[in-house]
Write a protein that binds this ligand. Sequence first.
Ligand SMILES: NC(=O)c1ccc[n+]([C@@H]2O[C@H](COP(=O)([O-])OP(=O)(O)OC[C@H]3O[C@@H](n4cnc5c(N)ncnc54)[C@H](OP(=O)(O)O)[C@@H]3O)[C@@H](O)[C@H]2O)c1
Length: 197
Amino acid sequence: MKIGIIGAGSIGMAFAKQATNAGFEVILSNSRGPASLTGAVKALGSKVKAGTVEEAAAAEVVFVSLQWQHLQSVLSGIKWKGQIIIDPANPILPGFKLADLYGKTSSEVVATWANGATVVKAFNTLTPSVLGSDPHVQGGSRVIFYSGNNEAAKQTVSAIIKKIGFAGVDLGRLDEGGKLQQFPGGPLPTLNLVKMG
Ligand SMILES: NC(=O)c1ccc[n+]([C@@H]2O[C@H](COP(=O)([O-])OP(=O)(O)OC[C@H]3O[C@@H](n4cnc5c(N)ncnc54)[C@H](OP(=O)(O)O)[C@@H]3O)[C@@H](O)[C@H]2O)c1
């Protein structure tokens, strides 16, 4: 399976490392174009290609790791045709100001901007360094929470989480699990949990 990544910063690169280690083909993109990603591609190995945002968005699963202030314009500029979006975004604006979510959870807002795609919230609760480190810890697996409104999409993301080596924990729909995952406000962000056995 190919995974597109839009946003090759701290979280995008940590996820890219885990995905390539697990054998997924990855198309990495940012705002400055493929040539700016030569070093990143070299560091990640032969499973990774640099591409445009459009090329990354054409993959079956697209990990969108952008700062909140860039999400709406990027997502609404793409013609989504059934892709699964993995959304690790936290709704924080520059100056650590909270974005207005109009009473929704952040991924419900993301879903309104990504018309035609299916959003699964995941990978937003760990710091980049923890996300990028070995998910196998002392005989257990580091926990990744996920939530979403579409069961088939959640199964796909759950399989990716498992293949990478994490232990996925399904928190339900975006309006319930999304609240638990939300940063700030939810109880789960920053918790670095390991599922034993
Ligand atoms: N950092 C954390 O501790 C952490 C933890 C959990 C979740 N998150 C969430 O994860 C998301 C990403 O955070 P981050 O820390 O990885 O951000 P980051 O390091 O600032 O990286 C953002 C990336 O987005 C790219 N980008 C910006 N505008 C773009 C555009 N118009 N089109 C394509 N790419 C564009 C940037 O590319 P250029 O450099 O080329 O502009 C950069 O590669 C945020 O929503 C954040 O809240 C972060």
